[in-house]
Ligand binder design. Structure first.
Ligand code: ARG
Length: 591
């Protein structure tokens, strides 16, 4: 069933409109903002009369009084009064709350409206590097990118995923040359059974290749020269070099897919469009930037300069599009990628889910593309994320100072989660425990990442992440599972709403929060802030607790009350499930 906008409109939105319409007739449109909020004192409080009174040079309490006059109680509004210095307090009728939620519940999208003008967004996320391990930075990019993608798609945006993997560059000369000279280096016996083990085995072979090639490169001048020549061969399209390069890339993809499976994210092969894919566009980038004067030659290199980007000694730091030896780097590829994304894929918006430490790179790349006329102003945006820290507050590293392997972290998270699951559920089989532990452990890692505002650094603390107390995914999963256990007793029949039955305070609080889901998602999609969805869900689970404790469901006094409470349980569960799904987190039926 499609979302009907009028049904989808939350009470909040409708009340805000009503208050706006109740303002003095001649109020200029740009001053109209009722600033309606949920409140402890009433269901809603409008604070906008204070600012407006100042502008109109009126008395705020009088202005608020006028608004109250022209806002008589009706089907929705049960009470309305002036409070404090000029606030308007509004109470909503129980029946209106319940009817609104019933309409939301009848919609499979839970009343979440589609975006009014959906466009095309290209999102660049989860971009690990070929022949290297994935680390905790790739976790952030993958998890945030996946959530943003799901949220935008849910709102009706067309989203094109681009995994800009690091599959090009000088290190491939060394690896390929080594393979030319040791053709059996990547050979192996039959494949392991599952994707994860296959991936691990592939990575082990790549590590071995990398080590051997690197040590030869460092110790043998003649090999070094052959490796450098090999890069030139590769870039000029030499068949043999390309075949071996493909072999290395494929090994890496096998490894990536193993990690993605563990992480429970779907990454499709056709969306993996690495740096190499833009190779053919690089010459044109250089030609066009040079002829338009956007880039200039400086000591042989092709550079773009910026007034406000300078090194510590005050000399300008340019973006280098082409090195003096003719080679291309990271910047050139990103510029060619922008032309493809805006020009060919016709993106309205291009997003880059990349570490905040690359902010300067993207600022320069975007500015260059704009000057060249390839990128409309404001169309590109880096969703810059902070660093994952260890318990010592420093960037997360192993004791030996190496970056932590993502697979090790995920394994540890799942093991911790298994302890929690085992303790909670006595009657689960070993298989069930393993499955739940993965859903709980991986969910915990994702949630800990997503519930922090993206730009913030956060401490990777597994004990906290898998805790049943506090703002964790386990807490949310537990709330969901608790509701499912009620339905195992009550049966699956869809509960019927009885709008004439009064709501208790805990029911009202839960119901009014449920009603905000659509608005929350719209805001989250508009600002690319998954942490606000996480905060919404956490509050939902938090409001469910007092409801669960104070309002017996199956043992409620009347059959109507039983139905109404079952209805609230059902909508809470579906809202939790939908929200968590958008964050990439599973909701097991039992915990
Ligand atoms: N592969 C890079 C890294 O691991 C991230 C690529 C980001 N995307 C881009 N279009 N530059 O740091």
């Amino acid at each position: 069933m499609p979302s009907v906008p009028s049904l989808a409109a939350t009470l909040h939105m409708r009340l805000a409109e009503a208050v706006s319409a109740a303002l003095p007739q001649d109020t200029p449109a740009e001053w109209i903002d009722p600033m309606l909020r949920r409140s402890d004192r009433a269901d809603f409080q409008a604070n906008g009369m204070l600012a407006l009174a100042k502008r109109l040079k009126a008395n705020p309490r009088e202005l608020a009084g006028q608004v109250v006059e022209s806002l008589p109680p009706n089907e929705e509004i049960g009470s309305v009064e002036v409070s404090g210095p000029g606030f308007v307090n509004i109470g909503v009728r129980d029946a209106a709350v319940l009817r609104n939620l019933a309409a939301r519940s009848d919609d499979e999208r839970l009343g979440v409206p589609y975006a009014e003008r959906p466009g095309t967004t290209v999102i660049d996320y989860s971009q690990p590097n070929v022949a290297k391990e994935m680390h905790v930075g790739h976790l952030r990019s993958t998890v945030i990118g996946d959530a943003v993608t799901q949220i935008l798609e849910f709102r009706g945006e067309k989203v094109v995923r681009r995994h800009h993997i690091g599959d090009w560059g000088t290190q491939f000369g060394m690896l390929i040359q080594y393979l030319v000279e040791h053709p059996h280096e990547l050979d192996h016996e039959s494949d392991a059974a599952d994707a994860k083990d296959q991936g691990e085995a592939a990575m082990a072979r790549l590590n071995r290749l990398y080590k051997s090639a690197y040590s030869l490169f460092e110790s043998d001048e003649a090999f070094k020269t052959r490796a450098r020549d090999r890069v030139v061969l590769l870039q000029s399209g030499d068949e043999e070099s390309l075949t071996l390069w493909h072999k290395i890339v494929d090994e890496s993809k096998t490894y990536f897919q193993g990690v993605y499976e563990t992480l429970d994210v779907e990454i499709r092969d056709e969306d993996i469009v690495g740096e190499s894919a833009y190779n053919d566009g690089l010459q044109a980038v250089v030609r066009d930037l040079e002829s338009s004067g956007v880039a200039v030659r400086s000591e042989g290199a092709l550079c773009v300069f910026f007034d406000d980007v300078k090194g510590p000694d005050g000399t300008p730091t340019p973006l280098i599009v082409q090195k003096s030896n003719g080679g291309f780097g990271y910047a050139a590829t990103d510029l060619a990628a922008i032309r493809d994304r805006i020009g060919t894929l016709e993106a309205d918006t291009v997003l880059y889910v990349v570490d905040a430490r690359q902010a300067l790179h993207f600022r320069m790349v975007f500015e260059t593309a704009q000057r060249a006329g390839w990128l409309p102003e404001g169309a590109a945006r880096q969703l810059a994320f902070g660093t994952v820290l260890g318990k010592d507050g420093k960037p997360f590293k192993t004791r030996a100072g190496e970056s932590v392997r993502l697979v090790d972290l995920l394994e540890e998270a799942t093991q911790r989660a298994a302890l929690v699951v085992r303790e909670k559920a006595q009657d689960l089989t070993e298989d069930e425990i393993r499955e739940r532990a993965a859903q709980v452990g991986i969910g915990a890692v994702k949630y800990a990442d997503l519930s922090n505002s993206m730009t913030r650094d956060y401490v990777f603390d597994l004990d906290r992440m898998v805790s049943l107390q506090g703002d964790t995914s386990v807490y949310l999963q537990y709330a969901y599972a608790r509701i499912q256990s009620i339905f195992r007793k009550a049966g699956d029949e869809k509960p019927q709403v009885h709008p004439t039955v009064e709501l208790e305070p805990a029911e009202r609080a839960l119901a009014l929060h449920l009603d905000e889901f659509g608005d929350t998602l719209a805001a989250v999609a508009a600002t690319y802030e998954p942490h606000k969805l996480a905060a919404y869900l956490y509050e939902l689970a938090t409001l469910y607790s007092p409801f669960y404790e104070n309002c017996p469901v199956l043992k409620a006094e009347t059959p109507q009350l039983v139905q109404n409470r079952l209805f609230l349980c059902d909508l809470t569960a579906r809202t939790l499930r939908q929200g968590m799904t958008l964050l990439g987190i599973r909701t097991p039926e039992r915990l």
